[in-house]
Design a protein. Sequence first.
Length: 302
Amino acid sequence: MADRSGNKNVSVIGLGEMGAALARVLLANGFSVTGWNRSAEKAERLKSEGLQFAATVLEAVTASPVVIACVSDYPTLTALLHGGDVAPAMSGKTLIQLTTRTPAEARSGAAWAEAANVACLEGAIQAYPMHIGTAEGSVLYSGSRTTFEAVRPILNALTGQVIHVGEQVGSAAALDFALAGTVVPGATMAFLQGAAICKAEGAPLDTFLAMIESSVIPGLLLSTLRASVPMIESHTYAYSGGGAPLDAWVPGLQMTLQAARDAGINPRWNEFVLEHLQRAVADGHGQGELAAIFEQLRQPAT
């Protein structure tokens, strides 16, 4: 397939900020890298570092048994690889697909790959470009375990944390949207809303951050999240004495909302959170845990 036999030729399609970071790390690890980008100017610095720049996508994919794709979106990917002379040239190769896409798009890509005789591994980068090639860098991969193991030397070069999340090809994309697309911006917005209250009332932000790091995340937050998983799996949310029921949360969040209004900051974040808690109570979960809100979130919008 690729490097299990010692072949260290890799092609990278897409040399934007992330693609360039991937190519640079591979070059630093002794791989022979051929790269293509729609804008050739972005490859100039990489050329001086040893990159072989291909004039066409066909030239790039022909150069290596393993192709890494990291372009702007899935439609761009399909336009580049799924048609013309490129698709036949991909036959027998391994595609490490690192373009952000939905789980449905990942399944569509996997179907194309199977029909085109391409071994495909779907990856979701959980890092910024500066983390590529470091212990902090993480990529989730889904698809064939055999393919994953065959290209592991390449994957190990890209990031310190290389995680196979299963053979369901859409799993990496689903986790990507759950983590980087939901938890990170959601938690950051919650932090910023709290910071706005602190700033308006003169409370020190460094203390706010230190308390989150030392007690809220390892204590309140993680214990709540850990307790939520078995509740979601069993659809059983009754308060067991380990946390607090929604009936106890609601008054506190009503006061939090009032504090935001008193501070003169935008209260919509607090209103949003309180609304979900109140709806869960109205649905009969007053003596349930916070995880009961999941039952609202899993329903389609009306």
